[in-house]
Design a protein around this ligand. Structure first.
Ligand SMILES: Nc1ncnc2c1ncn2[C@@H]1O[C@H](COP(=O)(O)OP(=O)(O)OP(=O)(O)O)[C@@H](O)[C@H]1O
Ligand SMILES: Cc1ncsc1CCO
Ligand SMILES: [Mg+2]
Length: 269
């Protein structure tokens, strides 16, 4: 990749992560809990799925980053999210928002808007979710994206400007912007959206990269590039979504920092 697009390249951040695996507090959904934990471990981070309001604030203060995902939403989750965000912010730690299916119901629209107002460091979602969060029409079907990343790029730029967050839109070709800078990241596999919770797990990986990066834009690019390169590698020889899933974990683990920078397909947008 062109090394001028980030201060710290994906490979530099991956080296940091592997040298000192960051503790990442993941408040995520019941579908993603096990999958995301395995993804973070394979990539080189240390995940902990801690969400109860009684301990989430205390835990956020000792974690390197917090990630918040509204996939299986309920009042106890929301209470844990709110107090965890307060703890992360008090400790000066980054937090990542994943607004799963935020177009679908009044509860999700309200919760996503409330969490957005708490100023996430990074927002990661599929194009349908980012369009909805940006106040535009979304064709999302439940948790599955149904819009192209391209149609969400203008909304993502606007959302980044108004929220102050780095916005990462995922799909066939990903898009990352902080409102000023913007890049596209190619790679991955069409088997990825057929494996549940890989997006939710990527949100966790954004937290891991944010914990070791100086700049959240570099963190989002690093996490998405790690995923894209591992996804491309895993696609080779995969017979379908099942064998892809196994190969993907192996590829996340087996990717060396130098190879990540050599194989990352990041371009200016
Ligand atoms: N058609 C595709 N080709 C290549 N990579 C893809 C494709 N669709 C998605 N991806 C990749 O899959 C990963 C997850 O992105 P996706 O947009 O599917 O998340 P999501 O909809 O939030 O997933 P989930 O809600 O199931 O966790 C990203 O790394 C993205 O680049
Ligand atoms: C399938 C599913 N349902 C709620 S969250 C989730 C994981 C993918 O977003
Ligand atoms: Mg999702």
């Amino acid at each position: 990749m062109d090394m001028s697009m980030t201060q710290q390249t994906p490979g530099v951040l991956l080296s940091r992560l592997r040298a000192e695996p960051p503790l990442v507090q993941c408040i995520t959904n019941f579908v993603a809990m096990n999958i995301a934990a395995n993804v973070l471990l394979a990539a080189g981070a240390s995940p902990a799925m801690v969400s109860d309001a009684e301990e989430a604030n205390e835990f956020a203060r000792i974690a390197g980053a917090l990630t918040v995902n509204i996939g299986t939403l309920s009042a106890p989750f929301v209470a844990g999210m709110r107090t965890a965000i307060e703890g992360a912010q008090a400790a000066g730690r980054p937090w990542v928002l994943d607004p799963v299916a935020c177009q679908a119901t009044a509860l999700r629209r309200r919760t996503a808007a409330d969490l957005l107002a708490l100023t996430p460091t990074i927002i990661r979602g599929n194009a349908s979710e980012i369009l909805a969060l940006a106040g535009e029409d979304s064709r999302g079907q439940g948790v599955d994206g149904r819009d192209s990343v391209e149609t969400a790029e203008a909304g993502a730029r606007h959302l980044a400007e108004t929220s102050g967050a780095v916005v990462a839109v995922t799909g066939e070709v990903d898009f990352v912007t902080d409102g000023t800078r913007a890049v596209r990241i190619a790679g991955g596999s069409p088997y990825m959206p057929l494996n549940t919770a890989l997006g939710c797990s990527l949100t966790g990986l954004c937290g891991a990269y944010a914990a070791v990066a100086d700049d959240p834009f570099d963190a989002a690019v690093g996490a998405l590039a790690h995923y894209a390169v591992a996804g491309s590698r895993a696609h080779e020889g995969a017979a379908g979504p099942g064998s892809f899933g196994v190969r993907f974990l192996d590829a996340l683990h087996g990717l060396a920092p130098g190879a990540l920078d050599a194989e990352a397909r990041v371009s200016q947008a």
